[in-house]
Design a protein around this ligand. Structure first.
Ligand code: NDP
Ligand code: MG
Length: 383
């Protein structure tokens, strides 16, 4: 059971919900980090009294320092700050709730310091899953997934000691706000439509990824890395209700599923308390009123991002880092209303075609592949 935690990305959707859980369970806070939201970080520092607070830029860190004028909390910035937060001696668990590839190096630092990783930041596993899992093994760091699908699989696998017993992992996918729409209908969808997710309230980037189904593609790769399985053994099914969070099919034909209301505080809590389960005061799922549970195949033509992720997953090497880097850059442009919905998949396609894929990549190869993919997006989005 976690006694003291560091939260990377405490001002975000997962970060804020993590603090709610941390407060309820009486867990101490060693360090908090954020991007630019100085105001919320100040409030969190006053309430949770971490030893260290980190902002992305020097300017934001200076603003925070001015607001926290008594000097009892150390304030740092940038990657140096993230690395310091990730390896704080006081913390036994690090919740990785930053968005994007920026989480990679701090996650590795936390692993090297032997922390439990409560892993929300999926981009890290997508880009460098093999390196991350190998480092976790080497330093004896436990990785407990926070992503609801992977937490479901983690729970379904409790008691399974031999991966050969797994036939398939089955990831459920809500289908997002555009489920059932044709390619023609999707040409003109706006950012505001994409930001309206039917079942979950999340940060902007993952909400767009959920609308394109790239989120499920990233999760497919995340599941392959977490459980060391080939792509052929990870299936995706559309399940509109987001009640069954994912399933594991075993070789004898038995299928285990984990169900619950769509509330990220449940997997966050488990990642902090595992192997124990503690009380949760929220209302649980009521099977008698939740309605019918339905399952369907995803439409890979209307949602090409999922097909692209499958292609990168199959290709291996730096292909997943290229996929992710291009997607991060393209989603940022979509969020600025600079490109259309299908430009996201178009940019990712271009990056996968233009950036050379390296086998057995080092960390540096991965960082370079990510940058090269972003450059492809940067130089093509007006075209
Ligand atoms: P948010 O956008 O809500 O939060 C992101 C956090 O990262 C914020 O604290 C933000 O700071 C910080 N941040 C952003 N950019 C930087 C940067 N360059 N350097 C340092 N910190 C930065 O995202 P979510 O909470 O939705 O998602 C976080 C991660 O968890 C993602 O990888 C996502 O895929 C994953 N996840 C999220 C789920 C959800 O329900 N939200 C579910 C499953 C997984 P600031 O607020 O100051 O900008
Ligand atoms: Mg998920």
């Amino acid at each position: 059971m976690t006694k003291c935690v560091t939260i990377l990305g405490s001002t975000g959707s997962i970060g804020r919900q993590s603090l709610e859980v941390v407060e309820r369970l009486g867990i101490r806070v060693a360090a908090l980090t954020a991007g630019s939201n100085v105001e919320l970080m100040e409030a969190q520092c006053r309430k949770y009294q971490p030893k260290l607070a980190v902002m992305a830029s020097v300017e934001a860190a200076e603003q925070l320092q001015d607001r926290l004028d008594d000097g009892s909390i150390q304030v740092l910035s940038g990657l140096e700050g993230l690395l310091a937060a990730a390896s704080m001696a006081e913390a036994d668990t690090v919740i990785t709730a930053v968005v994007g590839m920026v989480g990679l190096r701090p996650t590795l630092a936390a692993i090297e310091a032997g922390k439990r990783i409560a892993l929300a930041n999926k981009e890290t596993l997508v880009c460098a899953g093999q390196l991350v899992m190998a480092a976790a093994e080497k330093y004896g760091a436990e990785i407990v997934p926070v992503d609801s699908e992977h937490s479901a699989i983690f729970q379904c696998l409790m008691g399974c000691h031999d991966r050969k017993e797994i036939r398939n992992l089955i990831l459920t996918c809500s289908g997002g706000p555009f489920y059932g729409k044709s390619k023609e209908e999707l040409q003109a969808v706006r950012k505001a439509d994409a930001l309206r997710h039917p079942n979950w309230t999340m940060g902007a980037k993952i909400t767009i990824d959920s609308a394109t189904l790239m989120n499920k593609g990233l999760e497919l790769i995340e599941a392959m890395r977490l459980y060391g399985l080939p792509m052929e053994q990870v299936k995706v099914v559309i399940h509109r209700q987001s009640i069954v969070h994912s399933l594991v099919e075993f070789v004898d034909g038995a299928i285990m599923a984990q169900l619950g209301v769509p509330d990220m505080r449940i997997p966050i809590q488990l990642a902090l308390t595992y192997p124990q389960r503690l009380e949760n005061p929220e209302k649980p799922l009521d099977l008698l009123s939740c309605g019918a549970l339905t399952f369907a195949a995803p439409d890979l033509e209307a949602f090409p991002c999922l097909a692209l992720a499958m292609e990168a997953a199959k290709r291996g090497g730096t292909a997943c880092a290229i996929l992710n880097g291009a997607n991060e850059a393209a989603v940022a442009l979509y969020l600025e209303d600079r490109i259309g919905f299908y430009d996201i998949s178009r940019m990712v396609r271009l990056a996968l075609d233009q950036v050379e894929v390296l086998e057995n990549p080092t960390l540096n190869d991965i960082l370079l592949a990510d940058q090269a993919a972003r450059r492809v997006v940067e130089s093509n989005w007006r075209g």
